[in-house]
Design a protein around this ligand. Structure first.
Ligand SMILES: Cc1cc2nc3c(=O)[nH]c(=O)nc-3n(C[C@H](O)[C@H](O)[C@H](O)COP(=O)(O)OP(=O)(O)OC[C@H]3O[C@@H](n4cnc5c(N)ncnc54)[C@H](O)[C@@H]3O)c2cc1C
Length: 803
């Protein structure tokens, strides 16, 4: 084994092998993969090898498409067969809701270029005669589904990497990792040490153990997973290979395996494996079968596909594989560690392994993953992902693998975990809570305790009229919203202003003022949007997206000068309340001695004030489009602030409102939000944030690329639409049609209660953005006429927030 390498990849499963191949492809040849046993000795060897392109996150779906297309390339380079069988697949719907879900998946597939097709039951049965029609209502067909040989794929990646210059060492275990002061690593193994500039943790089932070598607890857990193979079936003799099929109601997947069928299940009563540590002596082993546990799914499976029961069970496989709490991979550099990368928690290695390898290698070689991989970024999790939290969430995710997640559905596991001091008060006011980064926050308020429950639906739900009342109260009187679930950062030091001027695209505000600002990467794409508040010449308070706290801190720390500036995340030190509506000033003025008139405290002011007895930072900003104030207080004061505001607001008609109303209110104003309208695939001019980019500054990150975008106009445009919808509004990811062609996608949608119309925001190519008409938005399989809005649907001049 060599003693120095630019990169050491730990783990020779499908993911490590893919990372290794992609590194060589990107030009890094001095790369070494260290494998404890033989290649594939973790989850990989016993996988069912199924692959598909459909994924709830369109950006992950794109990487899945890439993975499947890659097999030809690595077969050609390596001469190793991947055993690719593209059989096509059908997803069977047994309920009306599932049919709606499939229609939505098909619609999403349109703008990803996927050729998905809805089928009647008869059409489905013609393609897949093993099904018993009476259990189904319809199906969706995907031509690009199939299965591969896990051994073949892993070795094809490995051989291709070796041809590209990589080295692979087997039967060598990494036992420890020691950082050097220059950011490189000593990789300690049981066969000598290697000095590496970068280390990649692709240790699959042992990713946690490798994480612990560097002091981190990665949120991954292995679950036992079983599939069975039937005896040979006469029904298959002389026929072309059967389709892959997913039966959602049975929670099973099936495909042909030689002369029989392979049937696997994500059972409700899933069982974790090695909950705390993975034994090092676990090799190419299988776990004991437990058919009892999957009996309910098998029963449904045999009922829905009767020929399988008659064929009998020839073989059962029970093996472990890992999941993150949301089921998506964990990739990227780990905040706080130099040159330490992860590529783990990959639960669908044969659909996602290629995309993971591509994104990670691009990130390592070019400093940027080259695609929008927010849904897979290891930085999407913070320190709430304890071992027990991960355990609860992974079990839940596994048991719901084939369940529908409705847009208004909040999942119950690991809740309530994090609460703010007013949680009980909000609960007493009949709040329906949502879970955001494990923090409870109010979504909407019901009139009675009995009504405080969401009836899950793709259509307008029971919450609709109550959210409507919250919105109109904000329009006509005043509403009170808890805003603790925002990310907050304190930036201090003599170099703070200069540093912020470099990291943020907009002008740094004067003391007592607020500036909204995009944050751009070197490619001039949006990686954040912040409210930048200046407390003192050398003291700033930033408000952004809480879910991106680790992502932001990783970026900030990469760009901090050695001295003169400190950045500190303080999301849970400062919790918040916001008041909005025409009576917001009257309410706040009754509790504040200072003059709050627009002359004395204009729009975008920020000041330390006493609200009643509570010391607070108060900013005059508005995400609702109404006159509004945001108040930030240390946790110990939140109850007192809440009591003071609700008491003073009673005579003004104050009503609590929640996140659902806020979403509708901001969409009426065309205000975007992170992970929806603002993502690293959009530039600031495309996203309508051009006015917040200050080119008078000679330097800020992304300036040159942003200038190019300004001059060219960018490829896309974010538009607002009024949709002629009936009982369901756009939610996000629906296709936008123009003149009979899919041209774009919706990023957010909601019913705008202040304007009495269904609304959507979405991106279309710049070339069609100016079209007066001809737009349609597809909602649950039906196209609805959509009118492009020349300006925000509500108060287009923005006069109300400046009153
Ligand atoms: C029963 C079953 C069915 C499945 N079916 C499918 C399917 O149909 N489709 C699909 O896409 N996925 C399927 N999967 C999941 C798939 O197996 C995983 O997504 C994939 O194998 C993950 O690969 P990996 O490289 O991340 O991890 P692993 O395969 O676990 O590889 C990690 C490797 O790292 C090595 N290693 C760990 N620690 C060290 C160390 N310290 N030093 C050196 N080497 C180390 C291990 O020996 C191992 O070889 C299935 C899994 C199971 C169990």
């Amino acid at each position: 084994m060599k003693t120095h390498a630019k990169v050491v990849v730990i783990g020779g499963g499908v993911v490590g092998a893919s990372v290794l191949y992609h590194l060589t492809k990107a030009g890094w040849k001095d790369v070494l993969l260290i494998e404890r046993a033989e290649l594939t000795s973790g989850s990989t060897w016993h996988a069912a090898g199924g692959m598909h392109t459909v994924n709830g996150d369109p950006n992950v779906a794109k990487l899945q498409q890439y993975t499947i297309q890659l097999y030809k390339e690595i077969e050609e380079i390596s001469g190793q067969s991947c055993g690719v069988h593209i059989t096509g697949g059908i997803m069977l719907a047994g309920t009306r809701e599932r049919l709606d879900w499939l229609k939505m998946a098909k619609a999403r597939g349109r703008y990803l270029g996927m050729e998905l097709e809805m089928l009647s039951v008869d059409e489905a049965a013609k393609l897949f005669p093993l099904m018993d029609k009476k259990h189904f209502l319809g199906a969706m067909y995907d031509p690009i589904e199939g299965h591969v040989d896990p051994y073949g794929v892993t070795h094809a990646y490995a051989k291709s990497a070796q041809i590209g210059g990589a080295e692979i060492v087997r039967h060598t275990r990494v036992t420890d990792l020691t950082p050097r002061s220059d950011g490189s690593w000593d990789v300690i193994t049981d066969h000598g040490n290697v000095h590496a500039e970068h280390v990649v943790n692709a240790a699959g089932l042992w990713a946690r153990e490798v994480g612990r070598m560097v002091g981190i607890e990665l949120p991954v857990l292995a679950m036992e997973h079983q599939y069975l193979i039937t005896g040979d079936m006469p029904e298959l003799v002389g026929k072309k290979e059967q389709f892959h099929a997913i039966d959602f109601e049975g929670e099973i997947y099936i495909r042909q395996e030689r002369g029989g069928m392979l049937m696997g299940t994500y059972e409700r009563a899933g069982v974790p494996w090695s909950e705390v540590t993975t034994p090092w002596d676990f090799g190419q082993d299988l776990l004991a079968n437990d058919l009892e546990r999957i009996a309910p799914s098998l029963e449904v499976g045999f009922e829905h596909f009767p020929a399988l029961e008659a064929a009998g069970i020839k073989k059962v496989v029970n093996g472990p594989f890992t999941f993150a709490p949301d089921g998506n991979p964990l990739i990227g550099p780990v905040r706080g560690l130099n040159n330490f990368w992860v590529a783990c928690g990959v639960m669908a290695g044969f659909s996602q392994g290629g995309g993971v390898g591509l994104a990670l290698s691009q990130w390592m070689v070019n400093g940027d993953p080259g695609a929008d991989i927010w849904g897979m970024d290891v930085a999407r999790y913070g320190d709430w992902t304890t071992l027990a939290y991960t355990n609860a969430k992974v079990r839940e995710n596994y048991s719901r693998r084939f369940s529908i997640r409705f847009p208004n559905e909040e999942l119950p596991a690991a809740r309530p975990l994090r609460t703010t001091p007013i949680y009980e008060k909000l609960a007493a006011a009949h709040a329906v809570f949502g879970d955001y980064c494990a923090l409870e926050h109010p979504l909407w308020f019901a009139p009675t305790a009995a009504e405080a429950v969401d009836h899950v639906s793709f259509r307008r739900s029971n919450a609709h009229p109550h959210v409507g009342l919250e919105c109109t109260t904000v329009r006509d009187a005043v509403g009170l919203l808890e805003i603790s679930n925002y990310g907050k950062f304190e930036v201090r030091g003599p170099g703070a202003a200069e540093w912020l001027s470099t990291v943020m695209a907009n002008t740094v505000p004067n003391v007592g003022r607020i500036a909204l600002t995009p944050m751009l990467n070197e490619r001039g794409k949006l990686i954040g949007d912040f409210t930048m508040c200046r407390i003192a010449p050398d003291h700033f308070f930033l408000v952004g997206t809480y879910a991106a706290e680790v992502f932001y801190m990783r970026w900030f720390e990469q760009h901090l000068p050695p001295t003169g500036v400190t950045v500190r995340p303080c999301a849970m030190e400062y919790v918040g309340l916001s008041v909005a509506g025409p009576k917001a000033r009257e309410l706040l003025q009754s509790l504040v001695r200072e003059d709050l008139s627009t002359r004395a405290f204009p729009f975008m002011s920020f000041r330390r004030l006493s609200v009643g007895m509570v010391p607070a930072y108060v900013g005059r900003v508005s995400f609702t489009g109404e006159l509004g104030y945001e108040m930030w207080v240390t946790t110990d004061y939140q109850r007192a602030l809440y009591d003071a505001l609700t008491t003073a607001g009673a005579s003004l008609g104050l009503k609590l409102f929640g996140g659902r109303a806020l979403n509708a209110l901001r969409i009426e104003k065309n205000f975007g939000t992170w992970a929806r309208e603002y993502r690293p695939i959009y530039g600031p001019f495309e996203a309508g944030l051009g006015r917040f980019v200050d080119f008078k500054k000679s330097h800020f990150i992304g300036r040159a690329a942003a200038m190019e975008e300004k001059e060219s106009g960018g490829a896309l445009r974010l538009l607002g639409f009024r949709v002629e919808a009936c009982d369901a509004d756009a939610l996000g990811d629906e296709p936008i049609w123009h003149d009979g062609k899919v041209v774009g996608w919706v990023t957010s949608g909601a019913y705008g209660h202040r304007v009495g119309a269904s609304l959507a925001l979405g991106y279309v190519p710049a070339a069609v953005a100016a079209a007066e008409d001809g737009f349609e938005i597809e909602i649950i399989g039906e196209r609805h006429r959509a009118t492009r809005l020349a300006a925000a649907a509500y108060d287009p001049t923005g006069a109300l927030m400046r009153i």
